[in-house]
Design a protein around this ligand. Sequence first.
Ligand code: UT7
Length: 329
Amino acid sequence: MKAAITATANFLPADILSNHDLELMLETNDEWIRSRTGIGERRILKDPAKATSFMCGEVARQLLEKRQIAATDIDLIIVATMTPDMLFPSTACLVQSIIGATNAWAFDLNAACSGFLYALNTAARFIESGAQKKVMVLGGDKMSSVIDYTDRSTAILFGDGAGGVLLEPAQDDSFGILDARLYSDGTNGKDRLLMTGGGSLHPATHETIDKKMHYIYQDGRQVFKAAVTSMADVATEIMSRNNLRSEDIDYLVPHQANQRIIDATGERMGIDPSKVFSNVVRYGNTTAGTIPICLAELDEQKKLHRGANIVLVSFGAGYTWGGIYIKWQ
Ligand code: UT7
């Protein structure tokens, strides 16, 4: 049995933080940000009383509505996030409570920007085994909660948002999630993209706050290089494992961190730029939210027809990266 996506949804907060807004806060400019990243603006969840569970809860509600099912029909909720509302309970349990999915079990999964692909692959195994029939796979991050808005090397990149899918048994074995390759490299990744404070190694103290340890740190150049190579490698691996020629692919949905990384991945796969989905100009990098946000936009635009070959690829902190091949049902 294969697992297929039967509904998609996303939630983007209404408030916009544009490059011009950032020009007033930092020594940066719209031209630099656009040419180096492709980003024009990002969304920010301004209400301090709302966090990742709120955005994921909005996505979950939409999924139920679109599929016309009750919250009590859901067997499992997986939330991919690196900005949970709190360390515990999990954001997945908070979402369960928001929608009233009383029959579900729920857990969080953290693989940073690759979180959604890790979660989708995990969820697919529960469907394929027959253990679960309806799984919500959500990805969301309130990145504004971990960004130092005086640091131009990270502040320009990230935005808030969430997306998600409902996963169910496919109608037959030729549809759904047909292949997945997921990787990690803690040795090379652990010091290059991280937030050191707030965990069990450096719990919050006055010192961790003074040293800005509760914000993201990134060695942008090294992460860029690793992202370009890894995303292109895993994308071509997915193609050759599944005998997919470039013309067979209907959409590449890459993680949205930087337009230059997105373009490089599409070029290595030899696919037409019109088939490479990108919304980084509007939302920046929403971490675990990016890929399901893209899928929901493609779905909304009626571009996901039956039989479409979709390749998802991501790269993020850890390092973590991977690719998933879906034949749309
Ligand atoms: O989701 C996975 C995680 N993240 C990523 O995939 C992001 C990977 N990295 C990147 O996207 C890019 O490395 C960045 C966008 C972060 C940086 O772009 P870059 O082309 O690698 O720039 P750079 O860091 O090499 O900096 C080039 C110059 C430097 O000035 P000098 O030394 O050449 O005088 C920086 O100080 O640009 C300067 N700079 C800026 N200037 C204006 C760095 N940030 C900014 C800024 N505005 N925001």
